[in-house]
Design a protein around this ligand. Structure first.
Ligand code: AMP
Length: 390
């Protein structure tokens, strides 16, 4: 892995692709984790007297109305606070104004370029890795660093495109993510995988790739009901992913010894936080009921297995964690992992959001900043944003 430390950075114009795709509500950044995680690489470049040009996407840009919603200006302002220095901001992704701002930069200056996906309005140039766009952006710098793990599974102009024209390396954040995930290439045993979230379909690749290496795969969340159905049980109004039913049947037949399914659930009649729930045996869900969280017995069973793990990876919440009532057992298992010093990797997305809200994010072995990229890594796929580094 070529990292920033392998680059000759002194006094260079360096382009850093960051992941500043942060949630913004009413112009305010509500979770700046990804920005904070980017600071180490930015500071390293500043220490090497670079002119630092930052790029990032924010949200999706499909039509004119998406431009204002996804303006990176609040990110520039917040970054300036985090770095304790002025951050220049180019409102444009290309053109004379941007080029002049760059030509006026001095060593130690930082400039953030407008949302790279503004280029998607004109024929998806960023997201389709348009050759002309990648070449143009690369012409703005001398060296390229990719530190956006969250988009490493995509071949876009702002990562793969630029990397193909400049000497490049990964930043400290991507290095940290890959160092943690690569432990799973040859994991110590017992290796425990915890999967939750809504759909089996999203996790098929992960199950296929990890079932050989894993000692146990614990399944909770919305995806568990399709496995129960595959065993012939009534799942009532619980989430059902019909297209994945045959897959579930096959996995249970071939690897039934490794797959651990819930034995009880918190069930109710409506998809709401307002009604009381009942704890029910997994085999006793009625036709008018739906499971919205795993139950007490299941959580204890998962704890017993997790206790023995030499390493664990967890992707997806075990219940509807957005509802106060149904986040309980996801939080309890997180707490158990932290209190028992289990070496656990949280695979980005919802499970990291749940850990952040509960105050456990900083206490786990690793919490990924990229849900999609982590999933593709776990599926055994290469990440184009990293493969393009040379
Ligand atoms: P994913 O994006 O696949 O990780 O799924 C996360 C979503 O799964 C969250 O929004 C959860 O609310 C949802 N989820 C988890 N458990 C359940 C469940 N038992 N029923 C319905 N949705 C669930």
């Amino acid at each position: 892995m070529k990292t920033v430390k392998d680059l000759d950075l002194e006094n260079k114009k360096v382009i850093i692709r960051c992941d500043f795709n942060v949630p913004i509500v009413d112009g305010k950044i509500v979770d700046d984790t990804r920005m904070v995680e980017s600071l180490k690489t930015i500071q390293y470049c500043l220490d090497h007297h670079c002119k630092v040009i930052l790029m990032s996407h924010l949200g999706r840009v499909k039509e004119e109305a998406d431009l204002a919603k996804n303006d990176l200006a609040p990110v520039a302002a917040h970054l300036s606070e985090l770095l304790h220095k002025e951050v220049l901001f180019s409102k444009k992704t290309r053109g004379q104004e941007l080029e002049e701002m760059i030509s006026r930069m001095e060593a130690g200056d930082v400039l953030l370029v407008q949302n790279t996906r503004y280029e998607d309005l004109d024929g998806k140039k960023e997201s389709s890795n348009d050759e002309e766009l990648g070449t143009y952006w690369a012409s703005l710098g001398e060296v390229f660093i990719n530190d956006a793990f969250g988009t490493a599974h995509r071949a876009h102009a702002s990562n793969v495109g630029i990397a193909s024209h400049l000497p490049s390396a990964v930043g400290f954040l991507i290095e940290k993510e890959l160092t943690a995930l690569s432990v799973l290439d040859n994991p110590p045993h017992p290796f425990v995988v915890i999967l939750g979230g809504a759909k089996v379909a999203d996790k098929i690749g992960v199950i296929e790739n990890l079932v050989g290496k894993a000692d146990k795969i614990l399944i909770g969340g919305g995806m568990s009901y399709t496995f129960l159905k595959a065993q012939g049980y009534e799942i009532g109004k619980s989430l059902f992913d019909e297209e994945s039913l045959d897959f579930c049947k096959r996995v249970l037949k071939e690897h039934g010894d490794k797959i651990v399914l819930p034995v009880d659930y918190a069930v109710t009649n409506e998809f709401t936080n307002d009604e009381e729930y009942r704890l029910k045996d997994a085999k006793e869900i009625a036709a008018d009921e739906m499971g919205l969280d795993i139950g007490e017995k299941t959580t204890m069973m998962f704890e017993d297995i997790l206790k023995e793990a030499a390493i664990a990876i967890w992707n997806g919440p075990l219940g509807v964690y957005e509802f106060e009532k149904y986040k309980k057992n996801t939080v309890r298992l997180l707490e158990f992992a932290v209190e028992n010093n289990i070496k656990i990797i949280l695979g980005g997305g919802d499970i990291v959001a749940a850990a952040t809200a509960a105050g456990y994010k900083e206490k786990v072995y690793h919490a990924s900043t990229g849900g999609g990229a982590t999933l593709e890594y776990l599926e055994g796929k290469g990440l184009p944003g990293i493969e393009a580094i040379h």
